[in-house]
Design a protein around this ligand. Structure first.
Ligand SMILES: *Cc1c(COP(=O)(O)O)cnc(C)c1O
Length: 229
């Protein structure tokens, strides 16, 4: 597999170019290395390459790796079952998949400190995707005010699996616009300054459209899930 350091250089360069085209500061974009499909060893290589933000989408993968690797920020990017909240909530720095009040209630009950959360939005409206419909987002966020363990730092979406650039662009643009609408409400519990969007195939477009966190797995650390480990 290609060295992570090399992949990281290429990705960083493409992000810098996207920022230059759109008059953005490249420091405003954080790369999350999605390590869900690689081993603990490969994950450590990612840390050695300088990646400080790691993403996992399952409680067991998070536990396996966070037990062994510290001094990084952990992002939980998968959908989270309420009964699993107690296993993960104090291990993570960011939750990218808050999408229902029942989950917020469980976080409120289990967390021992404030958790930075992204509200997941199903912008594309595909049945297969988790997240709130765009028109539900503002009232959902307003209803979280009573939960003092939850801070809404931004919105997250997954774009459709397509190479159609205009479709991708419009999904990212809609998330960005919704994020700005929430931020404009000036809610103390929901500064909502961030957009978590863009993966291996579409992160350049996402950055052009305002992503502040990109979640990159395959193009950065590879995929060992087909191999024995
Ligand atoms: C797996 C995953 C990613 C990374 O996907 P790649 O295409 O491998 O970059 C990003 N976000 C979420 C929510 C994921 O589950």
């Amino acid at each position: 597999m290609v060295e992570i350091k090399y992949n990281l250089e290429q990705i960083t360069k493409r992000i810098e170019e996207a920022c230059a085209r759109t008059d953005r500061n490249p420091n405003s974009v954080t790369i999350i290395a999605v390590t869900k499909a690689v081993s603990v060893g490969r994950t450590k290589e990612a840390v050695d390459a300088g990646l400080m933000n790691l993403g996992e989408n399952r409680p067991d993968g998070l536990k396996l790796k966070s037990d062994d690797i510290d001094s990084v920020k952990w992002h939980f990017i998968g959908s989270l079952q309420s009964r699993k909240v107690k296993e993960v909530i104090d291990q993570i720095d960011y939750l990218h998949s808050l999408d229902r009040i029942s989950l917020a209630k469980e976080i409120q009950k289990r967390a021992t400190r404030k958790v930075d959360c992204f509200v997941q939005v199903n912008v594309s409206g595909e049945d297969s995707k988790h997240g709130l419909a765009p028109d539900e987002v503002i009232s959902f966020i307003q209803s979280l005010e009573e939960f003092d363990k939850i801070r809404i730092v931004g919105l997250m979406t997954m774009a459709p699996n397509t190479e159609n650039e205009s479709v991708l662009r419009s999904v990212f643009r809609e998330l960005k616009s919704l994020q700005e609408d929430v931020a404009a409400l000036n809610l103390v519990h929901a500064p909502c300054t961030e957009c978590s969007m863009g993966m291996s195939n579409d992160y350049v477009i996402a950055v052009e459209e305002g992503a502040t966190f990109v979640r990159i797995g395959t193009a950065l650390v590879g995929d060992e899930s087909g191999e024995s480990r």
